[in-house]
Design a protein around this ligand. Sequence first.
Ligand SMILES: [Zn+2]
Length: 495
Amino acid sequence: MPSFPDIVVRDALIADGSGGPLAAGDVAIGDGLILSAGPEAVPAGPATAELDARGSLVCAPGFIDVHTHDDAALIRHPGLEFKIAQGCTSLVIGNCGFSGFPATGVDDIESVAGADWPDLDGYRAAVTAGGFACNAIALVGHNTIRSIVIGRDESRPARPAEIAVMRDHVRRAMEQGACGLSTGLIYTPGKWAPAEEIIELAAAAAEAGGLYVSHIRNEGDRLLESVAEAIGIGAESGCPVHISHHKAGGRQNWGKVAGSLAAIDAANAGGADVTLDFYPYTASSGPMAEYVSPETVDAEWAELNQFATCPPFPAYQGRRVSAVAADEGLALPDLVRRVLTAPGGRRTISIGFGMSEGDLVTNVRHPLMMIGSDGIPDLDGLPHPRLYGTFPRVFAEYVRNRAEISVGEAVRRMTSLAADRFGLPGRGRLVPGAHADVVVFDPATIRDVATFADPKREPDGVRWVIVNGVLAVDGGRHTGARAGRMLSSGAADVG
Ligand SMILES: [Zn+2]
């Protein structure tokens, strides 16, 4: 009996993930795997779904979002429409030092109400029960384990006995399939950790083949020193390093990303192993309480920052802090105090307009630069548009409008480069035997539609998305499929 593929993408421009030129051909999918991808025409059976790419649509491996905060979203928003609609099929969770596990009631940005699981296996069991749309692989977060082991408000280095307990958390996470350790050294409580503490934990990740992924200590005036610290942590611990959302904030620092990339190139030439990611926007976003207090707020900050999510005062969402203060007749310190001390106020997320377009171009040109949305999936507010727009925006802005990189190279950054780095063998390439994570998009029209004023809008130009051989987007429409899997680092099959 002849066996036919489940799905054939017919007459596509194949971007196989290698970064090479696109090649015309068919992509055949069966039993959740890529059967073939190339010029030979694939026969279809009566039950085969044929997707007609008409010679003009690109068929690529599904995109890998290497910087997400979707730990809680796998439970709260399991359809992950904001990622699936961009063509993302795998997500790296647990970034910036915050992971959804271990969870023992600590209230941080990745925490899930009522969550109580001691480790990655517990988290995996909880998220897998309901199903979710994208694959996910986890980092274990330093801020999360430090909060549990030492306490969120202990502003001191860890003691040796505490480091030993944190190291056990890292080892256990690695045994259970994590791909590395993340830090967020700007945030509480990670900011109180000296490099020596992190070296001990990164060494535990390195023993198990993991990665050290860092939101570095400073992304503005001390960018270069902070990149040097991350490189040094890698050298001392023996752990490969990945620098998250590489950027230079503050007008006086614009242009510095060229210097930090040069430092990374020099380190790599000397035997280090450092990679990066960025998102294609000149605004950043995060928990407002981490950036400003009644004591530190000033007019410039209030002018450059707006409310994204503000649980106690939803009417502030989407508005500049300075404008809200004027409307409310409040001095800036009084407004910040009102927001941060109200019930739920510490969950306020702000957006800051502080980066330069030139630095985004410098970033996208670097061959080790992956794409990470850093999207914060708080759908009650007006989130940074990167949540919905990051991947299509790279094509619209840096492939099409500015011609900085080719379609094939953009696809490589979003697929094989990320899969190799974050321990996802069998993904990131359209080759026979690979898992069938696939996106089909129109290179002439793919674009982000989400804006800062209207951020919860799905992009244009993404036609079909397939996760583990199952259609998640069919002709631009969500199917509601929950075919994602919780993956284990380095495991060729599913975790
Ligand atoms: Zn971060």
